[in-house]
Design a protein around this ligand. Structure first.
Ligand SMILES: C[S@@+](CC[C@H](N)C(=O)[O-])C[C@H]1O[C@@H](n2cnc3c(N)ncnc32)[C@H](O)[C@@H]1O
Length: 199
């Protein structure tokens, strides 16, 4: 586990919710609509922070579905619990590189604004694949293109200064390593979206 990065995000937790604009919510909501999430689905939110996606996802899966958010910042997890105290939304304090979740038990995994921060992205890909059912989807979202993200993280500095997304060919290899099929990557200013299906 990357203690420096973890400390950095712990320190961001109290003010984190203020960093989202109405436009961010609108784009995120549009993307989530496009994922065709079915009622009763079980979804894992990898690097969930304070749970910005929880309410949108909860409405999609309905009362028989389930959302499990995982984050290694205890403070982020605590805030997520306070923000979304719903029966079918669970917040887990854990490392996405070693998910404390059952194999083959999720219909979808989503990582929003987080994948670039994962130290061992190959391990996260393996873990996402492990927890998904066959045919399950994995979506990696950032609301900036990969180039903008590099510049942004350099400006932010500190432990996240070098955080970045893999180049397309490397992301393809990561998905292949996780036995994902039908990989699609969009990378342009304002959006990075990589999606694939577990084979
Ligand atoms: C930029 S924040 C995004 C949080 C949330 N998805 C959102 O958009 O509000 C990245 C999150 O990833 C979490 N994170 C980074 N590496 C992690 C790891 N190895 N395991 C679990 N969480 C991790 C951080 O604690 C942080 O909450």
């Amino acid at each position: 586990m990357d203690e420096l990065r973890k400390k950095y995000f712990e320190a961001c937790a109290d003010e984190w919710d203020k960093s989202f604009t109405a436009e961010d919510y609108e784009i995120l909501s549009f993307l989530i609509d496009s994922f065709n999430i079915s009622k009763k689905a079980k979804i894992a939110d990898l690097g969930c922070g304070t749970g910005i996606m929880f309410d949108m996802l909860r409405r999609k899966v309905g009362s028989d579905g389930m959302i499990v958010g995982v984050d290694f910042s205890g403070r982020m997890v605590k805030k997520a619990r306070q923000n979304f105290p719903f029966d079918n939304v669970y917040e887990v304090d854990g490392d996405v590189e070693d998910l404390p979740l059952q194999s083959g038990s999720f219909d979808m995994a989503i990582s929003f604004a987080a994948f670039a921060h994962f130290t061992n992205q190959k391990k996260v890909m393996e873990e996402a694949s492990r927890i998904l059912k066959q045919g399950g989807k994995f979506h990696i979202i950032h609301l900036s293109g990969s180039k903008e993200l590099v510049e942004f993280h350099q400006q932010v500095g500190g432990p996240v200064a070098q955080d970045h997304l893999p180049a397309d060919a490397d992301m393809m290899k990561l998905f292949e390593h996780g036995h994902f099929l039908d990989v699609k990557i969009q990378d342009h200013p304002g959006l990075y979206l990589a999606s694939a299906t577990k084979g």
